[in-house]
Design a protein around this ligand. Sequence first.
Ligand SMILES: NS(=O)(=O)c1c(F)c(F)c(S(=O)(=O)CCO)c(N[C@H]2CCCc3ccccc32)c1F
Ligand SMILES: [Zn+2]
Length: 263
Amino acid sequence: VSLLLYAGPDGEKAWPKKYPFCGGVFQSPIDFHKDILQYDSNLLPLEFIGYNVSSTDRFTLTNNGHSVKMYLSPTMYIRNLPFEYTASQLHLHWGNRNKSEGSEHTVSGKHFAAELHIVHYNSEKYPDVTAAMDKADGLAVLAILLEIGPFNPSYEKIFRHFRNVKYKDQMVQVPGFNIRELLPDRLDEYYRYEGSLTTPPCYPSVLWTVFRHPVKISQEQLLALETAMYCTESDDPEPLEMVDNFRNVQEFHERLVFISFHE
Ligand SMILES: NS(=O)(=O)c1c(F)c(F)c(S(=O)(=O)CCO)c(N[C@H]2CCCc3ccccc32)c1F
Ligand SMILES: [Zn+2]
């Protein structure tokens, strides 16, 4: 995948040329606005099993040139979805230091500062995420909207390692911690819809759960996220800042988003 996934001639408008699904159906992200939302009383709070990972375990954090991602433990999984989904990795999307509006999903046309995604795969039907990622019922991604507020010590457990993954392909070990701390308090209030990966190959294989309530991180933490990393390798003579790595919202016609809460 070209370095310039999000900018310049190879930006998202060019994705469908090489990745046909990116120009297809059920694309994510989308804007959540009143006339496409429908309350669904069957939407239960998600249950997280094995999310409280011991600090003697380690998560690998790595810069893959278009996001910073952390591999999660296969002992972590979600119940109360149509199938059991096992955690694969988490990663973030953000803007830049002059425009902290880098979330992928928007609410009534409004971007949040950034967005955390926790990618899971259907471990009841598929052996691993690679087998699952192009299947309609293959993936479940949790999305947490991030906004500015007080310093967040839980997010700092990841953010403090950014200086060790500044450049593409660098990696560092992060001591285990309770990944549940990264989620908002109200797990019972979320948006739910069938969508896609928001990066190439854009497979329409994702059951999205976007929590209604944003989580707060400090201005300084957000600035660190926006300025710490590069898309390029450490020896590249022309370093490229890793910024604005979010896809724009996609057309959403004749589809509904189900909500577990009353407006
Ligand atoms: N927004 S999103 O749709 O959730 C989303 C991304 F935005 C995104 F950048 C990636 S990435 O790996 O390319 C870099 C950061 O992980 C993924 N990874 C998925 C899909 C691609 C292949 C793969 C293989 C194993 C595990 C996860 C994934 C992703 F799912
Ligand atoms: Zn993502």
